[in-house]
Ligand binder design. Sequence first.
Ligand SMILES: *Cc1c(COP(=O)(O)O)cnc(C)c1O
Length: 412
Amino acid sequence: MVQVNDNFLKLKAGYLFPEIARRVNAFCEANPDAASRVIKLGIGDVTEPLPPAIVEAIHKATDELAERGSFRGYGPEQGYDFLRNAICDNDYKARGCDVSADEIFVSDGSKCDSGNILDIFGSNNTVAITDPVYPVYVDTNVMTGRTGEADDDGRYAGLVYIPVTAENDFSPALPEGKVDLIYLCYPNNPTGTVASKETLKQWVDYAKANDSIILYDAAYEAFITDPEIPHSIYEIEGARDVAIEFRSFSKNAGFTGTRCAFTVVPKSLKGTTPGGETVDIHPLWNRRHCTKFNGVSYPIQRGAAAAYSEAGKQQIGELVSFYMENARLLREGLTKVGIQVYGGVNAPYVWLKTPGGATSWDFFDTLLEKGNLVGTPGSGFGAAGEGYFRLSAFNSRANVEEAVERFTQSLG
Ligand SMILES: *Cc1c(COP(=O)(O)O)cnc(C)c1O
């Protein structure tokens, strides 16, 4: 028989969300009257419709494809210039970042890119992740054979885990030894916390000193409200030489179902061959992207570009503010009943300390039974997430207000 990639068998296969669904279903079957009352604050998916400026651009581009004269087939794999230039001008030049349009690779998602990037790196690199963490970084390392087996806490042998908890103010300590690849995500999913310029500077300096590369996921940059917090790692001097940045239209512009994102791979980024020869990273990613990807659809790229029009910026701003008001309501409601909350100021996630020292899953059950509310147990994002719980601000206002009401009743 054909051998499988047995690295996949090491995965703690999709435990978190199926287990949440299992518990919610069991609760609804046992309590049919409460079933319709259940409010889900667990999932990191947007709820509000696409901004009108984006919808209009997608419609118009679709009409172009309906005419022989303006029809387009395959576009450039890296993305159309109209979008790469708009990204470059608005997300980078406007913030004083030294990034050029041909360093931007348009794609169908940051989830995909943050996993696919491993294609261009050797499998002997040491990989560091924060704990808790977006599970994609871990699982894609497992799939590509960069780890050993998981222990009982779900920690894989071979990965360097850097805990981020209230004890260290959610600021990951620099690794003691040398690591090669470092995943950082700011604003952070799941903790909703951010990194200051000073903190990021320490990471860039570490990466320079150790010839490491930082894989920087900035999918939530649009949710930053504090003007002192950097939106891009390239706001930090020297980052061009040590960092790849992932960005997405999913959370700011509501593209989770539409699909468009981009990755920045600076031309000054270098790696090495096993023999010690220095190699440019940019052409490797270009080769990978062009061989395994055929571009984002033209109407969707037009829609993404409309995110940078005056109307688009205004509408996205309103969308982001809407979710951040949800986050504020959640934060304040929880604080009022004496729960310690983190995040939710520069990110659409509220990370809370479970009251009374409950485990993440015990708190999940309590919240479901007493308030008919569903959130995400922190332990599902990593061992150091035990005793924490994530609530998402992606929801309707009515649901958030009702949820706050129920926190007050069931936990107060
Ligand atoms: C939602 C999210 C993304 C975006 O993924 P897409 O594939 O672009 O939808 C990236 N990183 C993190 C941490 C996320 O939560």
